[in-house]
Ligand binder design. Sequence first.
Ligand SMILES: *[C@@H]1O[C@H](CO)[C@@H](O)[C@H](O)[C@H]1NC(C)=O
Ligand SMILES: *[C@@H]1O[C@H](CO)[C@@H](O)[C@H](O)[C@H]1NC(C)=O
Ligand SMILES: *[C@@H]1O[C@H](CO)[C@@H](O)[C@H](O)[C@H]1NC(C)=O
Ligand SMILES: *[C@@H]1O[C@H](CO)[C@@H](O)[C@H](O)[C@H]1NC(C)=O
Ligand SMILES: *[C@@H]1O[C@H](CO)[C@@H](O)[C@H](O)[C@H]1NC(C)=O
Ligand SMILES: *[C@@H]1O[C@H](CO)[C@@H](O)[C@H](O)[C@H]1NC(C)=O
Length: 381
Amino acid sequence: MARIVKCLKLIIHLVILTLLSYFIKRQEPMKIVKKIERYVPDMKHILLWTKVPGLEEEGQRYFIRNRCEHLNCYFTMNRTLFSDLRYYDAIVFNAQDVSRSVKDLPKVRSLSQKYIFASNDSAGNFPVCNRLYDDFFNWTWTYKLHSSIPYRFITIYNTDNEELGADLNWKYDMKPITAQFRSSLSSKHLAAAIILDKCTTSSKREYFIHNLQRHLSEYNLTVDIFGPCGTRRCGRSSLKPCFYRIRTSYYFYLAFEDSLADDFVTRSVLFAYNNNAVPVVLGGAHYNKFLPPNSYLEAGRLGEQLTAKLMYEAIQNKTKYYEFFRWRNHYALKESKILNACTLCLFLNNESWLRHHSSYKTFREWWNPFYEMYCGLSRYW
Ligand SMILES: *[C@@H]1O[C@H](CO)[C@@H](O)[C@H](O)[C@H]1NC(C)=O
Ligand SMILES: *[C@@H]1O[C@H](CO)[C@@H](O)[C@H](O)[C@H]1NC(C)=O
Ligand SMILES: *[C@@H]1O[C@H](CO)[C@@H](O)[C@H](O)[C@H]1NC(C)=O
Ligand SMILES: *[C@@H]1O[C@H](CO)[C@@H](O)[C@H](O)[C@H]1NC(C)=O
Ligand SMILES: *[C@@H]1O[C@H](CO)[C@@H](O)[C@H](O)[C@H]1NC(C)=O
Ligand SMILES: *[C@@H]1O[C@H](CO)[C@@H](O)[C@H](O)[C@H]1NC(C)=O
């Protein structure tokens, strides 16, 4: 009898425990959502003055979906959400629009709110010309490493999958690649490719390509130009077939930016790295701050003739060519989320950073040191 009672007790306990855990599990997600929606005490309201690429979601959705460290930020494009523009903690201005026009700006301003200049593109493509913008922005949110809120197009990881921040302490003594990796390069037989969709650019890369082609032809090598600016075609709606061609056939990929600007190193180098081709770069950046050493050719610094010679030598001498891939034993490169608003929210939660009053007194020059030249012909000057 006593045994049966003990057994029954145990069963009842088990049933209660199971029911409890079932209810807890059921309620948890609902609770979290409620808490975020209603009980966040200190919300940072961010007005997107005009549309900013990648930040289309109203409210807190962006911050929740991306599991940001801070969720108490609120995006809106509604300028009349509050009765007065001074209620917003921050107003974000999009570079493309700032570069284009000055007509549409806030009429009132609170000195304790932050005016933020946000750009997903380069200072060469979108210089700011009107002097009204000097001493206008408090923070900048761009790819420039000296921005208030900087971002990178490419994030570097070590082999433990740890993100390396701005402090890239490169290892120079790198291990040779494996035989298996060497054999994956064995089908390559063409010198260089580039995928182009903008045919004339402020970086004048089209002239550089032309001259490089001339010098490569002395070695019987060519640059194959894919896309509307060249004669080769690969994938119409997706880049995948192009990437396949690069991976299987090409030794080098010309990762030439469409604009030469400090720190402007975009995902185009990943077209090379991700497809086992060596990137040839042409830009205004100090590439050592962005890419593993000895993993690329810096054409802007070398010039067309020497670049062509080094390409030829690496194609002839496989030992030399394989050295470009040694970084793979020590690092991994991934495309970053640009204009990552988690970081923005982090900054808006830093009281000392928030209270500190500052502005970019000579903003136009900070953004583009050559703005006078770029703006010379602009009708907004
Ligand atoms: C903006 O917010 C105001 C105040 O809540 C509201 O009346 C208005 O309809 C909103 N406008 C848009 C376009 O959502
Ligand atoms: C910036 O955003 C615009 C609009 O979404 C897009 O067309 C452009 O390619 C982006 N620029 C970069 C460098 O990603
Ligand atoms: C390039 O090709 C031509 C004709 O096929 C040949 O005479 C010449 O030696 C080649 N040059 C090089 C550097 O391979
Ligand atoms: C090939 O390149 C390697 C590494 O740079 C070098 O040590 C070797 O002497 C080169 N071989 C020839 C034949 O040039
Ligand atoms: C706020 O920002 C400053 C300067 O970047 C930093 O030193 C400090 O640790 C930050 N404070 C917090 C609470 O994150
Ligand atoms: C923002 O910039 C303006 C214009 O220079 C300045 O008057 C204001 O004090 C700054 N505010 C903050 C919070 O940095």
